[in-house]
Design a protein. Structure first.
Length: 400
């Protein structure tokens, strides 16, 4: 029986339409987009078409999109690039539930003398606008709050946060690597200055990201060299990746509403059925303000076994993630996100993340529900897992 892939927050399978769009740029149209001859012009034209397609996803103008090597790099460029252009001391406001690409960048900035305020979040993972209001200082340069959480799926009120930030004269950045193409983001109707995106979370290729930079926003580059991407991101353009990102963005823009409804229905079916069959299951993160295909679950009294459950699901042919950490390299640690949401250390290890994508079907959801129900019943919180030869082994963490 074919395997079920429910880990789309980690990464997604390439859409065949994207592969088709990319292939010519890996073979015959291999030119360098900076070259002046026909091959170069072909590549340049393809890059500019993709730039317009990615821009359209955010209702931005094409010249406001900078292609980067990843979502991580877009996040680094937004924060470091903004702080480096500030005159005098700089202050950054962010949240404690961000992806490591923001958390680590904030730590790096702190080490170089920048002060960072991390806003609290409530038990659903939401930032409060009043807390943001209270955090501004005259030297606040940038506010960075993720549009949606990779771990718990909660969608933040970024339009409101951006409005407040604009009133205080600071820049507003959002890491929309998980939210981009799944929930609407419109940079014309709200004063969001910087948005990070990544193609591989949207059935596109890995290793290609983008940063929306509102016209007039000053950023310093963090990758120096030949001056590509308006001097903000030097390096020969990854033409095939950029083309793939363009196709992904166009598909997401056209199909977003229908796909969101379809994924939400599948997710709600899981919640509805589990309420009957596994009453100890509970949802982590906001019940409604969440990404359409994103479900974070825990099992009351069995939180400690989340990692084992994920392992058993894998053996039964279902790929999901355990929320024991922000990534698989720290699987033994409680999740920093759940700790910030007020969970105690034990429960902060207990998340099972189920993230659905474009090619998932209701038949797969039904099969998953049968398997999950059986496995949770079999899981015995008193069992000594370390002595079970079948089950001993490293815990699997969330790959973000
Ligand atoms: N931000 C968030 C919220 C993510 O989930 C990820 C995923 O890994 C990233 C940033 C990093 O993106 P990339 O994998 O393209 O570096």
């Amino acid at each position: 029986m074919s395997r079920i892939y429910f880990d789309h927050s980690a990464t997604t399978p390439l859409d065949p339409r994207v592969l088709e769009g990319m292939l010519p740029f890996l073979v015959e149209s291999f030119g360098n987009a900076s070259s002046q001859h026909v091959k170069g012009r072909e590549a340049r034209e393809a890059v500019e078409t993709a730039r317009a397609q990615v821009a359209a996803l955010l209702n931005a103008d094409a010249n406001e999109i900078i292609f980067t090597g990843s979502g991580t790099e877009a996040d680094n460029l937004a924060l470091i690039g903004a702080v480096r252009t500030s005159v005098g001391p700089a202050h950054v406001i962010s949240s404690p539930i961000e992806h490591a690409a923001i958390l680590k960048t904030c730590e790096y900035l702190e080490e170089s003398g920048v002060s960072v305020t991390r806003l609290p979040v409530d038990s659903d993972g939401l930032v409060d606008t009043l807390d943001l209001e209270a955090a501004f200082r005259p030297e606040t340069r940038i506010v960075s709050v993720m549009a949606a959480s990779n771990l718990v799926g909660t969608v933040q009120p970024i339009a409101e946060l951006a409005e407040i930030t604009a009133e205080h004269g600071a820049l507003f950045h959002t890491d929309a690597v998980q939210a981009g193409g799944k929930v609407p983001i419109d940079v014309k109707s709200s004063p969001i200055d910087l948005v990070s995106l990544s193609a591989h979370k949207l059935h596109g290729p890995k290793g290609i990201g983008a940063l929306f930079v509102r016209r007039g926003v000053a950023l310093a580059p963090i990758v120096l060299g030949g001056g590509q991407e308006r001097g903000l991101r030097s390096a020969t353009e990854n033409v095939a990746g950029i083309v793939g990102f363009g196709v992904v963005a166009e598909i997401a823009r056209k199909e977003m509403d229908a796909e969101a409804t379809r994924l939400r229905n599948l997710r709600e079916k899981i919640v509805r059925v589990l309420a009957q069959t596994v009453p100890q299951a509970y949802v982590i993160g906001h019940p409604e303000k969440r990404l359409p295909g994103h479900l974070s679950l825990a099992f009351a009294g069995q939180e400690v076994l989340a990692g084992r459950l994920v392992q058993l699901l894998d053996r039964a042919g279902v790929a999901v993630s355990a929320g024991s950490a922000c990534n698989a390299h720290h699987a033994d640690k409680p999740s920093h996100v759940l700790l910030a949401m007020g969970y105690d250390a034990e429960r902060a290890r207990g998340l099972v993340r189920i993230t659905l994508g474009r090619f998932n079907t209701e038949t797969e959801v039904d099969r998953f529900l049968e398997i999950l129900t059986r496995l949770v019943e079999e899981l015995n919180p008193d069992m000594d897992w370390t002595t079970s030869p079948q089950l001993a082994g490293p815990l699997q963490g969330v790959t973000v």
